[in-house]
Design a binder for this molecule. Structure first.
Ligand SMILES: Cc1cc2nc3c(=O)[nH]c(=O)nc-3n(C[C@H](O)[C@H](O)[C@H](O)COP(=O)(O)O)c2cc1C
Length: 170
């Protein structure tokens, strides 16, 4: 698949079939997350795979939506601010940026493998941390449910280029 086709075919899947995701595919997805770029190559992330029933049940409490419960596996991308590059002049910490790039690699790799996924950030951080024993030095940034889609792809609704692009000056 060309990248342009891959980017276009990804959409937020909020209905999953029961079929499990083979471990080999999960490993391929993780490998694409692992090779993501990061500021100064610090790689300030950690990927927590949630595929055991009791952990899935606990994680679902952090985002109690019916559709979210359907996913057979979740990848929680965590950002570690203490390991990330900080820009000296304004102390901006790039942990979230780096972890978001890794998360997007994960999501696009899942798409290429025929799997559906969705960015989920509107979850209860404390419940998520408690469910997965996530230590305080790192922060769950996004929960990615992954599974075989039971949805028809939606048309992309996006701002037109002329609204978001400035050539040479703002
Ligand atoms: C940073 C981020 C956070 C998001 N959080 C949620 C969320 O908590 N729950 C949800 O259902 N969708 C969430 N989404 C999905 C967006 O609603 C979705 O990407 C957007 O509406 C565009 O639709 P598409 O992904 O189908 O192209 C999130 C997306 C991003 C990028």
């Amino acid at each position: 698949m060309k990248f342009s086709e891959l980017a276009l075919s990804r959409f937020s899947v909020r209905s999953y079939r029961k079929a499990p995701v083979p471990k080999q595919l999960i490993l391929e997805i993780l490998e694409s997350g692992r090779i993501a770029p990061s500021a100064v190559n610090y790689q300030p992330w950690c990927f927590v795979i949630v595929n055991e029933d009791d952990r899935k049940k606990a994680l679902r409490e952090a985002y109690p939506r019916e559709w979210f419960k359907q996913a057979p596996v979740y990848i929680v991308v965590c950002a570690d601010r203490g390991q990330a590059w900080m820009r000296n002049r304004d102390q901006k910490n790039f942990a979230d940026v780096d972890a978001a790039i890794a998360a997007d690699h994960i999501i696009l790799q899942a798409t290429e493998l025929g799997l559906g996924s969705c960015w989920v950030c509107n979850f209860d951080i404390e419940k998520c941390k408690a469910a997965l024993n996530i230590p305080d030095f790192t922060e769950p940034l996004v929960i990615i449910p992954i599974g075989y889609s039971d949805e028809v792809p939606k048309a992309k609704i996006r701002k037109p280029l002329e609204d978001i692009v400035r050539w040479n000056k703002f």
